[in-house]
Design a protein around this ligand. Structure first.
Ligand SMILES: Cc1cc2nc3c(=O)[nH]c(=O)nc-3n(C[C@H](O)[C@H](O)[C@H](O)COP(=O)(O)OP(=O)(O)OC[C@H]3O[C@@H](n4cnc5c(N)ncnc54)[C@H](O)[C@@H]3O)c2cc1C
Ligand code: SF4
Length: 537
């Protein structure tokens, strides 16, 4: 065994990267293990065909479905994890999401902590990730102790028109919370150039609020923080009694080594964290580490999401489309008593993403050439809550890879949300009957949701019989083992999950500081690539 650390964090995404930056000023010896490498800055970052069609940044991992059929998950192994490619829509869960909610297909369970406990950490996460937004526009918005740190992103004219039309029809459109380092007041000083290749693309100019730029890089400014890339944790070893992790077995550059640490934090993403715990079974933990409850890997959720395309009567030349959201149907539909979900915009579809096949024009858009479809497309992302189901689960396949058994929930509500939007189009300057799934038009064969919003495989709770982690996200059965990625979610709500993972990592970070008896010894300066502090003279 080589050097011993105070804290090893496995995985550098929304959970792990955020925690690393939070613990960095403590002076404790912190090691970050990341199975991927730095994501190279290269022109292909912004190439639609490289990213969207050739899947340049998707791992070549093989997973298996319930029938043992192999598939390639849409997963990204880089410093910063999935946030390198994410859309940076940084939403808080609604306060109601922390309680029990009755849905069409069943009950979304209450969390063991309430929204009030999370609120200060949401505020801090919004500051760390430089979120732009406007309070008070969305009636479902939970209370907050501070304004957004940066002003809402302006709508481009077609989206402003959509917002006005929605408001005129009695809805409550709002400026979507967004983590891009854009300085609209003085573009010369902002890092973000407001381009059309953001959602699902890496940011070439490092202006997206991702966990590499705003988590790992600031953490590495401290001499007590070390990062090992291309270092894959394959097993956790425990002491003879099974009560503490004593070693993290890592594969790196063809070698295997075992690293020791007082505290071990797993943050590999929901599926891979479950995989690591299951692969760490030993005499004391025969069904997988910390799995006495048989809950590790269960309740995998990922949102019942649909990317859909409507056709504007006027052209839609919008470049950065993700500035608007609608939550009027989040807690209940118009004519039904159950929640339908969240509507938001998705990155604008571009002409080179289209299949360009003649039969499509006739089938989907009679009277429209596909180039007209591209120039008139308005792209929405509809998300309905996916309810936890113990049979939706990660297990280990024979070759040790992830086996994912999954069937969706709340299809009726998801359809309801789709039809709700369709029924509104006539009031929104769009062709009334034209709303189609985007994948009907686009070349990509991978449904965009894929495994992007995965959560829930190591739920937290107060009862060790029904949860893997306690309310501090510490494993009930292993004293020095924590999990801080989206695995801990007992339910996923219907808004994007990253800000909740970030806020929770900060909450767990404060607990770890207390446990380690440390205070911050240095201040890690907040990154200011937006340049909003500067005043031109
Ligand atoms: C295309 C796309 C768009 C998205 N858009 C949004 C959005 O707009 N808003 C939003 O809130 N969310 C969005 N998401 C989801 C969001 O990115 C994730 O919810 C979030 O990153 C999850 O954080 P995490 O810490 O759980 O996992 P990740 O961020 O995935 O981090 C896990 C890390 O662990 C590493 N790792 C895995 N296994 C090992 C191992 N054995 N050893 C060492 N390292 C390991 C991985 O390489 C990765 O770096 C999007 C995701 C995608 C893919
Ligand atoms: S420059 Fe701005 S809009 Fe373009 S990818 Fe980067 S963060 Fe997104």
């Amino acid at each position: 065994m080589s050097t011993s650390y105070d804290v090893i964090i496995i995985g550098t995404g929304a959970g792990g990267g955020t925690l690393a930056r939070h613990l960095a000023p403590s002076g404790k010896r912190i090691l970050l293990l990341e199975r991927g490498d730095w994501l190279t800055r290269e022109p292909q970052n912004w190439s639609t065909s490289d990213v969207f069609i050739d899947n340049r940044y998707i791992s070549d991992d093989t997973w298996y479905d319930a029938d043992a059929k192999a598939f390639q998950p849409q997963i990204h192994y880089f410093v910063g994890g999935a946030t390198k490619l994410y859309g940076a829509a940084l939403y808080r869960l609604r306060a109601e999401d922390f309680g029990e909610l009755t849905h069409h297909d069943g009950v979304s369970p209450a969390w063991p902590i309430g929204y009030d406990e999370m609120e200060p950490y949401y505020t801090l996460a919004e500051q760390r990730y430089q979120v732009h937004g406007a309070r008070g526009e969305d009636p479902t918005e939970p209370h907050s102790s501070a304004p957004y740190p940066f002003p809402a992103l302006s709508h481009e004219p077609r989206i402003q028109q959509l917002s006005d039309d929605l408001a005129a029809a009695g809805y409550h459109p709002f400026h979507a919370p967004c983590g891009v380092m854009l300085n609209e007041a003085d573009m010369a000083f902002g890092a973000c150039i407001r381009c059309g290749t953001c959602d699902g693309f890496p940011c070439l100019v490092h202006a997206k609020s991702d966990a590499e730029v705003l988590g790992v890089r600031p953490a590495l400014q401290q001499p007590n923080v070390t990062l090992m890339t291309n270092a894959r944790a394959v097993r956790l070893e425990t002491d003879a009694a099974g009560g503490a992790v004593t070693g993290v077995v890592v594969e790196r550059e063809g070698e295997t080594e075992t690293l020791a640490s007082d505290i071990v934090v797993v943050s590999c993403g929901a599926a891979n964290s479950a995989k690591l715990l299951l692969a760490s079974a030993n005499d004391r933990h025969p069904d997988g580490l910390a799995n006495g409850s048989d809950q590790v890997g269960r309740n995998y959720m990922f949102h019942n999401s649909q990317a859909v395309l409507a056709l504007s009567k006027e052209p839609n030349p919008t470049v950065f489309q993700k500035t608007l959201g609608v939550n009027d149907f989040y807690l209940k539909g118009k004519d039904v008593d159950y929640p339908l979900g969240n509507m938001q915009m998705i990155g604008k579809s571009a002409a080179d993403m289209f299949k360009g096949e003649k039969p499509l024009e006739t089938k989907l858009a009679p009277g429209f050439a596909l180039r007209d479809v591209a120039s008139h497309a308005v792209d929405f992302w509809l998300s309905t809550e996916d309810l936890p189901n113990p049979e939706n689960r990660v297990t280990l396949a024979e070759d040790g890879n992830v086996r994912l058994a999954y069937s969706p929930s709340n299809n009726t509500a998801a359809k309801g949300l789709f039809h709700q939007l369709k029924s509104m189009l006539g009031h929104l300057g769009m062709h009334p009957d034209h709303l189609f799934p985007r994948h009907a038009y686009l070349k990509t064969t991978i449904p965009i949701a894929g495994v992007a919003h995965q959560a829930g495989t190591c739920r937290f709770g107060s009862d060790p019989a029904t949860s893997v982690l306690d309310t501090n996200c510490r494993a009930h059965e292993v004293d020095n083992l924590y999990v801080v990625d989206t695995s801990f979610f007992p339910s996923i709500g219907a808004v994007n999950p990253a800000l909740t993972a970030m806020a929770n990592a900060l909450r767990v970070g404060d607990h770890l500081k207390d446990r380690l008896g440390v205070r911050d010894t240095v201040a890690v300066p907040d990154v200011d690539p937006v340049g909003e502090d500067r005043t031109r003279t």
